[in-house]
Design a protein around this ligand. Structure first.
Ligand SMILES: NC(=O)c1ccc[n+]([C@@H]2O[C@H](COP(=O)([O-])OP(=O)(O)OC[C@H]3O[C@@H](n4cnc5c(N)ncnc54)[C@H](OP(=O)(O)O)[C@@H]3O)[C@@H](O)[C@H]2O)c1
Length: 363
């Protein structure tokens, strides 16, 4: 596996560049990352702000998302039909942006959209289905929520937990990656909406305190010792539902503690992404022995739940049962640093970048 660069090398990268309003700045793939992303994998470029053609809009980037899948994008591996990237290409990523010029019949100046923007400060877009653009309604809530609870991260939590996990109030639940973007929402859905008993797994004392503050009855610090030994005391009656964000040894350990007819939801396997040899799950037969089921899901196959999920979750935000937890890095210059930090668990809650911040005149 390629060694990680120290975060200071990403600070130096950011210190050498600056985004201004007069040009379109982009972060591109400089070379294909091997293992962890390194500062030399990113290239900064500047271009004139694009002029929208007939049928296009000009989008001004407000916020950008950081997600574990982006290293795979940089390695030329698309997740949901995106164009495979090669060196020189703008890195894929979802963002929140405001329409500043429109030559498109369905979009007006001033509207705010979340969708595929890419790592750039402006974008001319024909708003194609491939870009998965969703109009955001001004509802008094921050536009940044479009990258968290009211976006693909929120839909991942909602579809993964409700549609695939089939939760019940009496569930004894275990959740890995509990302090991350998806995990911090799932923890609240389980503890505050379904009111079941959930134990979260996170790295370090600070994150474990955060996980408890989300409503989890317990938290396991997987960095403090062997995860296989830590589950039994935290979940002495076993597990009915395991929501997995990290895969690898954590998933294998959870399999050893299943109750009868348990359910496992495979959301992510972030602990495996930088391995050269794929992790081999040796104890999968625990599923057979316990009559359990393990189900994966891919958020883009659950877009049919979008309206239901957004309506339900904005209601829960308003009544205070769901709280958005963001880790916000300031400035487009710092995108590579924020991505690198993600793979070492640097974020608490959903990691985003404030490029310009809230939209103007959006009401
Ligand atoms: N199925 C889908 O459609 C779908 C949709 C969205 C996301 N995902 C996947 O779901 C997972 C969570 O996504 P997210 O957006 O919530 O990411 P995130 O905010 O980066 O959270 C992931 C958490 O995983 C933990 N982590 C990082 N490296 C780890 C390691 N080596 N071992 C154990 N834990 C590690 C980190 O917390 P700690 O510091 O506590 O370790 C981090 O906060 C990712 O694997 C992502 O690829 C899948």
């Amino acid at each position: 596996m390629g060694e990680a660069d120290p975060i200071s090398s990403f600070d130096r990268l950011a210190a050498n560049v600056q985004a201004t309003e007069d040009l379109n700045f982009q972060w591109c793939v400089a070379r294909v990352p091997v293992g962890n992303v390194r500062s030399g994998d990113f290239e900064w470029t500047a271009h004139p702000i694009p002029e929208p053609r007939e049928g296009e809009v000009l989008l001004k980037t407000l916020y950008l998302s950081l997600a574990p899948v982006m290293r795979a994008y940089m390695q030329g591996k698309p997740a949901a039909g995106e164009t495979p990237l090669t060196p020189g290409d703008v890195i894929h990523g979802r963002g929140v942006a405001q329409v500043t010029k429109s030559r498109h019949p369905n979009w007006k100046e001033g509207e705010v959209v979340q969708g595929q923007i890419g790592w750039q400060t402006w974008k001319a877009s024909a708003m194609t289905p491939a870009e998965k653009m969703f109009r955001m309604q001004p509802n008094g809530l921050s536009a940044a929520l479009g990258l968290g609870i009211l976006g693909m991260t929120g839909l991942s939590a909602y579809a993964g937990y409700f549609a695939c996990g089939e939760p019940k109030r009496q569930d004894k639940m275990l959740l890995s990656g509990a302090a991350g973007g998806v995990g911090s929402i799932v923890a609240q859905l389980a503890a505050k909406i379904v009111e079941s008993d959930v134990v979260g797994i996170a790295g370090g004392a600070e994150k474990c305190a955060f996980v408890r503050s989300l409503g989890c009855s317990g938290a396991i610090d997987y960095l403090a010792g062997d995860i296989a030994a830590a589950i039994a005391p935290a979940r002495p009656d076993g597990i009915d539902l395991y929501f997995d964000n990290v895969g690898g040894e954590t998933l294998a350990a959870a399999l050893e503690h299943l109750r009868a007819r348990a359910r496992i939801v495979l959301c992510g396997s972030i602990s495996e992404y930088a391995r050269e040899t794929p992790f081999a799950l040796a104890n999968y037969t625990r599923l057979r022995a316990t009559d359990s089921s393990m189900r994966g899901f891919f958020v883009y196959n659950h877009l049919g739940l979008w309206d239901e999920a957004m309506e339900a979750m904005s209601g829960w935000i308003r009544d205070g049962r769901l709280v958005a937890h963001f880790d916000i890095i300031e400035g487009f210059e710092n995108m590579p640093k924020a991505l690198a930090a993600l793979y070492s668990g640097g974020n608490i809650g959903k990691q985003i970048c404030r490029v310009r911040g809230e939209p103007e005149g959006w009401q």
